[in-house]
Ligand binder design. Structure first.
Ligand SMILES: Nc1ncnc2c1ncn2[C@@H]1O[C@H](COP(=O)(O)OP(=O)(O)OP(=O)(O)O)[C@@H](O)[C@H]1O
Length: 264
C-alpha cells in the first residue's frame, strides 16, 4: 500500500505585484521520484523555498509523513525530515568534504552544546560515529576519496554530489534536489542519474526540480508542471509530455514531434 510522504495543498505566494505561486498542491508517495518542471520563473524554486521554510507562504497546508508541519524555519524543516540541495551550490567552501557532511548529520545528534564545549566522552564517541557515517555517505555518492579536500577545490559535479551527501546525512523523509544536473556534462549526468536511481532504490523519496527534460522523464514517477506560478499539468511523464499546455508553455513544438514519433 502506498504511503504519503508529503502532501501540500493550496500554496500561494506573492512578491509585491507578482503572484509567484497560485494554489499549488502535490502529493508525493514514499519511494517516488517526483519531478517539478516548468519554464524559467515558473515558481519552482519559490515552491522549494516555501516547503523548506525559507519563504513564508500566503496560504497553504503541509503534511509530512501524515503529520501537519509548519515550514517556519529551515532548521525545523530539516529536523522534521526534509533535506534539500540548492540551485546555486551552498557548501562551506573552506571546510573539507567530510566536515560538510558532518554538519548535515549534526541535526540528528544529542550531545549538544555543553558536550561540545567540555568535549565529554559521549560527545567524542558521537563525533567519531558522525565522521564514520559521513565517510560512508561520501563513498555512497562516489566521492569518498575526496573526504579531506576542501569543498571549494572539488569539481562542479563533485560539489553537487557532496550537497546530496550532506542532505542524506540528515536521514530525510524527503530529499529535495534543486537542479542537480545544472552545469554538468553528459558523463556527469549519467552518473547523477544512476545516483538518484540508487537513492530511490534504497528507499528514499525524492522531489526534483530539473530543466533536463530527458533526465526528468527518464527518472520520475510523477511530474507537476508549473507555468507563471500555476499548475498546468500533473501526471506520469508519458502523459505530461503529451499535454498540449505543457508543449506550448515549456517543451516546444519539436518535442511534440518526438512524443508523436515515440507512439508509433
Ligand atoms: N525573493 C523574491 N522577491 C521577489 N521576486 C521573487 C523572489 N523570488 C522569486 N521571485 C520571482 O518569482 C518568480 C518565480 O521565481 P522562481 O525562482 O521560483 O522560478 P523558477 O521556476 O525556479 O525559475 P528558474 O527555472 O529560472 O530557476 C520569478 O518571477 C522571480 O523573479
Amino acid at each position: 500500500m502506498s504511503e504519503t510522504v508529503l502532501r501540500v495543498a493550496g500554496i500561494s505566494k506573492r512578491f509585491g505585484g507578482l503572484q509567484a505561486l497560485s494554489d499549488v498542491g502535490l502529493t508525493i508517495e514514499r519511494g517516488q521520484v517526483y519531478g517539478l518542471i516548468g519554464p524559467n520563473g515558473a515558481g519552482k524554486t519559490t515552491f522549494f523555498n516555501v516547503i523548506t521554510g525559507l519563504y513564508t507562504p500566503d496560504s497553504g497546508t503541509f503534511e509530512l509523513a501524515g503529520k501537519p508541519y509548519t515550514p517556519s524555519a529551515v532548521h525545523e524543516v530539516a529536523k522534521a525530515g526534509i533535506a534539500r540541495t540548492f540551485q546555486n551550490i551552498r557548501l562551506f567552501a573552506d571546510m573539507t568534504a567530510l566536515e560538510n557532511v558532518m554538519v548535515g548529520r549534526h541535526i540528528r545528534t544529542s550531545s549538544g552544546l555543553m558536550g561540545a564545549i567540555f568535549r565529554t566522552r559521549g560527545f567524542k564517541e558521537e563525533e567519531a560515529a558522525i565522521a564514520k557515517r559521513a565517510q560512508e555517505l561520501l563513498d555512497y555518492v562516489g566521492i569518498g576519496r575526496l573526504a579531506d579536500y576542501k569543498a571549494r577545490t572539488l569539481s562542479y559535479g563533485d560539489q553537487r554530489r557532496l550537497e546530496i551527501a550532506r542532505a542524506l546525512a540528515t536521514d530525510p523523509q524527503l530529499i529535495a534536489l534543486d537542479e542537480p544536473a545544472a552545469g554538468m556534462n553528459s558523463t556527469e549526468k549519467v552518473v547523477l542519474r544512476e545516483l538518484i536511481d540508487r537513492i530511490r532504490k534504497d528507499g528514499r523519496t525524492i522531489l526534483l526540480i530539473e530543466h533536463d527534460v530527458k533526465l526528468v522523464m527518464g527518472l520520475c514517477d510523477r511530474v507537476t508542471v508549473l507555468d507563471y506560478g500555476k499548475m498546468i499539468a500533473e501526471g506520469s511523464p508519458y502523459d505530461v509530455q503529451r499535454s498540449e499546455k505543457v508543449i506550448e508553455a515549456y517543451l516546444g513544438p519539436s518535442h511534440k514531434a518526438v512524443a508523436a514519433g515515440e507512439k508509433q
